[in-house]
Design a protein around this ligand. Structure first.
Ligand code: ASP
Ligand code: MG
Length: 439
């Protein structure tokens, strides 16, 4: 079994959906198709939820009607036959009567989640109707019958495995299944979701749960690139990545893949291939357990980083100092990304600064605290880069004009990171592209 996931832009226009159908039907063997909502829909539903929570029903209503008309137009171009049009319009009416009904009730957080689920519920049904019209029998697997998270918002793997097994057994002999990305049930059996961009996660969880041969994530770029294509002009796709390399890149800013989605694939050893809907022939990126060449494969950057330095002579030759520092971060549930120490000071970085003033307040009891905002982590990833001679030299040669605030080297064998001011990020990425990839 293969899992093929298509994101919002891949299904965002009728012509794109037609192309998705071509891609799917040209691949042999049984498969489960995971779809996102049409591009723009989830944002629009978020907006509707916000308007309703803020007591602005008129604004919500206007947004709802705009979205409704978008769907009516969409279905008219998507399908041709009268009975398909009637079915598609029925799906739209059904979902929009639910959405409109939210205008009349007291609105809560649970309602928001039910609202958000509509995007994927509509896109999958419309796609199923289109496939049927073109003669491809397909089965809709309702994600709300098998995708679930537990009290800690972590996937409930046993439930997912059992649910999928059961559904696939009921429909034994079928080869083409469609399901919703992103949406799930929570431990209270209420509709929930896997957070924004979560359809990738759905696909890898399904792949892991049924031990699929391959998970393909179809987006609008030809794989993970060696550098950020939004910042650097010349970048190229990386053909092979290991799970560790890919998760590092996804976490440190490569927007192409939801960072959590690597973990289940790695645990169950299911390869994940990133593919481009606009250029299906392009190889893309294959992420698997294979670890190959020792070189820097790619660079990713993460903005909005805050660096905190705690300086204290009490740290000199003392034990327990770092542990006291860490306790404060633990108390405010704030993860630390990078860390460096000297004999009398420790510098570390955080991404989530929502508790910064409380943290700094507590840290002052341990020493002098300095905070630097607007920093970026530049993360360079590749297997064994830390053991490979000459790589560090190349990195620092490329960055010779850029002031570096922190360096992290040796923490893992496949990552070297530096912290710089965000205003220097573009120059740093361009310099590294030249120095490391000759691009
Ligand atoms: N539709 C959801 C979102 O826009 C999930 C996804 O596209 O992956 O975040
Ligand atoms: Mg996405």
């Amino acid at each position: 079994m293969k899992i093929l996931k298509f994101g919002g832009t891949s299904v965002g226009q009728p012509s794109r959906m037609h192309q998705v159908a071509n891609i799917i039907t040209s691949q042999k063997g049984p498969k489960i198709i995971v779809l996102s909502a049409l591009s723009g829909t989830t944002n629009s539903l978020v907006k509707i939820g916000e308007d309703l929570s803020a007591g602005k029903p008129d604004d919500a209503s206007r947004e709802i009607e705009t979205l409704y008309h978008h769907y009516v137009k969409f279905q008219n171009e998507l399908v041709q036959k009268e009975n398909s049009k009637a079915k598609a319009q029925y799906v739209i009416n059904e979902n929009f009567s639910f959405i409109r009904s939210q205008l009349k009730i007291e609105f809560s957080e649970n309602n928001t989640k039910e609202l958000l689920a509509r995007g994927e519920l509509i896109s999958t049904k419309l796609f199923s109707i289109y496939l049927e019209e073109t003669g491809y029998k397909n089965i809709l697997l309702p994600a709300l019958e098998f995708m679930a998270i537990d009290d800690n918002d972590e996937p409930d793997m046993e439930f997912i495995q059992a649910g999928l097994k059961n559904l696939l057994k009921i429909h034994e002999g079928n080869e083409l299944f469609i399901t919703q990305g992103y949406i799930c049930l929570n431990s209270e059996q209420k509709i929930d979701n896997l957070k924004r961009g979560g359809s990738d996660y759905t696909a890898s969880l399904i792949g892991a749960a049924i031990n699929a041969d391959l998970v393909q994530i179809w987006t609008d770029i030809d794989g993970m690139h060696n550098n950020d294509p939004r910042v650097v002009e010349k970048t190229k796709p990386v053909a092979e990545l290991s799970f560790d390399e890919a998760s590092e890149l996804a976490y440190f800013g490569a927007k192409i893949l939801h960072p959590s989605s690597i973990l289940p694939a790695k645990q169950y050893n299911v390869p994940v291939q990133l593919k481009n809907t606009m250029d299906p022939e392009a190889y893309g990126t294959m992420i698997s357990s294979k670890e190959k060449s020792k070189e820097i494969k790619a660079i990713a950057a993460k903005n909005g980083i805050t660096a905190i330095k705690i300086k204290s002579t009490r740290m000199l030759l003392a034990y327990g100092f770092l542990s006291n520092v860490f306790k404060i971060f633990e108390k405010y549930k704030t993860p630390i990304d990078m860390i460096t120490t000297s004999e009398v000071a420790v510098s570390l970085t955080i991404d989530d600064d929502s508790k910064l003033s409380e943290i700094v307040g507590d840290l002052k009891a341990l020493g002098a605290v300095t905070v630097d905002k607007d920093q970026s982590i530049i993360c360079m990833v590749g297997n064994d880069v830390v053991e490979e001679k000459g790589i560090i030299e190349k990195i620092f040669d490329a960055l010779r004009e850029i002031p570096i605030r922190m360096i992290s080297y040796g923490g893992s064998k496949y990552n070297v990171s530096v912290l710089i001011e965000s205003q220097n990020k573009k120059d740093a990425l361009i310099a590294l592209n030249k120095g490391l990839f000759d691009l």
